[in-house]
Design a protein around this ligand. Sequence first.
Ligand code: CTP
Length: 236
Amino acid sequence: MTVQWTPPAGALCMRRVSHRIRCLITAGPTREHLDPVRFLSNGSSGKMGYALAGNAIARGWEVDLVSGPVALPPPPGATVHQVMSAEEMFRACEPLFAASDLFIAVAAVADYRPRETAPEKLKKTGGTLNLELVPTIDILKTLAARKRPGQVVVGFAAETQDLENCARRKLVEKDLDWIVANDVGRPGLGMNADANAVLLLGRNGESLAFGPAPKLAVAEFILAHIAPVSAGFVRP
Ligand code: CTP
């Protein structure tokens, strides 16, 4: 009798070959400079992305971590690519994405940047200052549109209201396999905290809640669910 194995929907689709799973992770904030000393950014610490990178390394995966400016030591064993702006993050991710089996976008990428970056420090005039902001590239959406069969793409959704609906909308609009929704409005959890409470939503209607728990435990939970057939298996 022949048994056909069908991988769980949204799971890494893998068979035994000779190389390790390649995982690309973005982490931390981006900085969009107004002038050489001032920038637009956010309070992301990078802890969640770095915890995922550490857990992926512990699973024996090859990890490329594309990181905005954070005050964390590089996870031993990961290849870290330091970037500043959304544009730099995208340029670093593009070739790595093409070679990856799994892409997890954790970075809190700035959605807007100043239209102009002044080459010298801006001087105050005493009057009001109007900044013209233009959208940055949506790294996750742009790369997810280039997904190969079997490649798994995971996003994060940082929300302060209507968590599940907002996250599910992003899952669909960005054509993701999974999205990790976290409420960034709760004190002590999420952005810049050591703990997180997440809702993991899958493209096939899966909905799994985890936490509050330390980010290391949240990382273990996420990777255990998005790659349930990882041990000994790598990409086609
Ligand atoms: N993301 C990205 N590039 C951007 C903006 C977001 O790659 N320019 C990714 C984030 O890394 C995250 C996901 O998209 O995985 C959702 O980010 P989030 O900030 O929650 O949502 P946005 O798409 O920026 O939408 P909004 O700010 O309106 O909620």
